[in-house]
Write a protein that binds this ligand. Structure first.
Ligand code: VOV
Length: 250
């Protein structure tokens, strides 16, 4: 039997993409708009309390193009907390002027392809592993998100490859990735059984062009060239309170 990769699983992740219903937002009175924005900012400040307490993390970005206007990515210890965050948003006044455009549910995942030799140490106690499973999301200028699968077709079935071959292929993937250290930070979250694709790929960069360079380079690497399939791509710019107010000013 083909050996499955072992995974370490960290915080649960919700990517919640919303579009603004500009036509109805423009009809709202100035005071009502201001109150809705203030309430939205308070909600975001509450979300940030988990970042401060290190019981979760979040990223808030505008999205360029027509697929959405913004994304709130939240990481929490439980799936229940993610749902609370989603429901709480839906109860805000601003939610009446947004349209859900896409969402993605997953869990931060590390596989054992490049893990060192087996040891008795509990990986969940290893500080380096913990920093990757329970990451503090960077406040970098740009985000890029897309879901992906590994192919299961004749002649290119990732799930029929022996473990050793997959390890070798992942080694090359890891080497390309590492050459972007400091330029692109990746969060890979597994979504088998949770959502429509197998992984969510979330990338952060200060220079947006680094996404294109990294993803293009990986297209030529066998793991991606032969075995990867991709869903929709989203790219965006960081939002802080000031930028959010500007975005919602009409
Ligand atoms: C930004 C750089 C970067 C770096 C350093 C990096 C490294 C690594 C390592 C070392 C490992 C394996 C161990 C682990 O950590 O799990 C992975 C794992 C994975 N990756 Fe990766 N990846 C990067 C970046 C990176 C990108 C840009 C993509 C999208 C692919 C593309 O073509 O668009 C990707 C995908 C994945 C996936 C889907 C997995 C899980 C595969 C599985 O079958 O389980 N990844 N990745």
């Amino acid at each position: 039997m083909i050996e499955a990769a072992q995974t370490l699983d960290g915080w649960y992740v919700l990517h919640d993409f919303r579009s603004i219903d500009w036509a109805s937002w423009k009809l709202v009175s100035e005071e009502e708009r201001q109150a809705a924005v203030e309430e939205f900012i308070k909600y975001l400040e509450k979300i940030n309390e988990a970042d401060i307490a290190k019981t979760g993390s979040h990223a808030f970005y505008s999205i360029v193009g027509q697929k959405a206007d913004f994304v709130l990515m939240t990481l929490r210890e439980t799936m229940e907390e993610l749902q609370e965050i989603e429901t709480e948003f839906n109860k805000l006044a601003i939610a009446d002027f947004t349209i859900p455009s896409f969402s993605y549910v997953s869990v931060v995942e590390l596989s054992n392809y490049l893990a060192g030799k087996d040891s008795d140490e509990d990986p969940y106690q290893n500080p380096h592993v913990r920093s990757r499973l329970y990451p503090e999301l960077p406040r970098w200028n740009h985000i890029c998100f897309y879901p992906m699968d590994k192919r299961r077709q004749e002649g290119a079935n990732w799930y029929m490859l022996p473990m050793d071959e997959r390890k070798e292929l992942m080694r090359s993937h890891g080497l390309i990735g590492r050459s972007y250290a400091g330029k692109v930070k990746q969060i890979i979250s597994g979504s088998v059984g949770f959502d429509d694709h197998e992984w969510g790929v979330t990338l952060f960069a200060e220079d947006v062009l680094q996404f294109k360079k990294l993803i293009y380079e990986m297209r030529f690497d066998e793991v991606s060239a032969r075995y990867a399939e991709f869903g929709a791509f989203f790219v965006g710019n960081i939002l802080d309170n000031e930028k959010l107010v500007k975005l919602l000013t009409v």
